[in-house]
Design a protein around this ligand. Structure first.
Ligand code: KIV
Length: 266
């Protein structure tokens, strides 16, 4: 089985082929999306919200990221698997950042890590890349910065902010990131960054001009009851399917219709 690599992702940008990315946190979903031919699987710290029910991603731990990355890796995906570095696993110092990135590769089995930040985190990206661990950067609306941003707000709308994001994009590329997520920024700004960088840009709420797109799997399947941002497209209403199946099961159990002999042993 040939696994996709960071080199393949960079070649896709060079060839003008769009890169498809989805988040994933478990074995059965990884098997399904890999069978569909997804290019990259991101074990995102969004799992703190969509799987564990936290308000935001800040409580997620390295142990949780390893647990979910291992579950995804057991599906033996052909996709390139990237594990998110959770809050506080890379901000303190370079030694702990390198150690935690190494754990996601060694114990989790991922082929790359992702961390949030631009110019402020470039030295950390460089230190991890120096260990031969590929890094995907993440700039713009960075969910771990929710308290600084005052909520999940579109970034880079003002000229000064836009210039800062362009500088961030160049800083992470220069630090050795193999790709960069652009989240929640105006489409023209994402277009400019995509044109200026030689590494692939992966957009989420950043318009159609990025080299690839990423969305949270629970959002595209319609599994989240909470507010869905404008940039999400719901490709299925799986919540309704689950509600119907569970309600039917409860009804059949209550009425004594399940199990029948067909579901029983003689
Ligand atoms: O944690 C996550 O899922 C992410 C993506 C949505 C980019 O960072």
């Amino acid at each position: 089985m040939k696994r996709k690599t960071v080199i393949d992702m960079q070649k896709m940008k060079a060839d003008g082929e769009k890169i498809s990315v989805l988040t994933c946190y478990d074995y059965p979903t990884a098997r399904i999306m890999d069978g569909c031919g997804i290019d990259m699987i991101l074990v995102g710290d969004s799992l703190g919200v969509v799987v564990s029910g936290h308000e935001n991603t800040l409580p997620v731990t390295v142990e949780e990221m390893i647990y979910h990355t291992r579950a995804v890796m057991r599906a033996q995906p052909k996709a390139l698997v990237i594990a998110d570095m959770p809050f506080l696993s890379y901000q303190i110092d370079l030694t702990s950042a390198r150690f935690n990135a190494g754990r996601l590769i060694k114990e989790g089995g991922a082929a790359a890590v992702k961390l949030e930040g631009g110019t402020n985190i470039a030295a950390t990206i460089g230190a991890i890349v120096e260990m031969d661990i590929p890094v995907m950067a993440h700039i713009g609306l960075t969910p771990q910065s929710i308290h600084r941003m005052g909520g999940y707000r579109v970034q880079g709308k003002k000229e000064e902010q836009a210039e800062k994001l362009i500088a961030d994009a160049h800083a992470v590329e220069a630090a050795g990131a193999f790709a960069v997520v652009l989240e929640g920024i105006p489409l023209k700004l994402a277009q400019r960054i995509t044109a200026e960088l030689s590494i692939p840009t992966i957009g989420i709420g950043a318009g159609p001009h990025c080299d690839g797109q990423v969305l949270v799997i629970h959002d595209i399947l319609g599994l989240c009851e909470k507010y869905s941002p404008k940039f999400v497209k719901k490709y299925a209403d799986v919540r309704s399917i689950i509600v119907e199946a569970v309600a039917n099961y409860i009804g059949e159990v209550k009425r004594g219709e399940f199990p029948t002999e067909a579901h029983s042993f003689n």
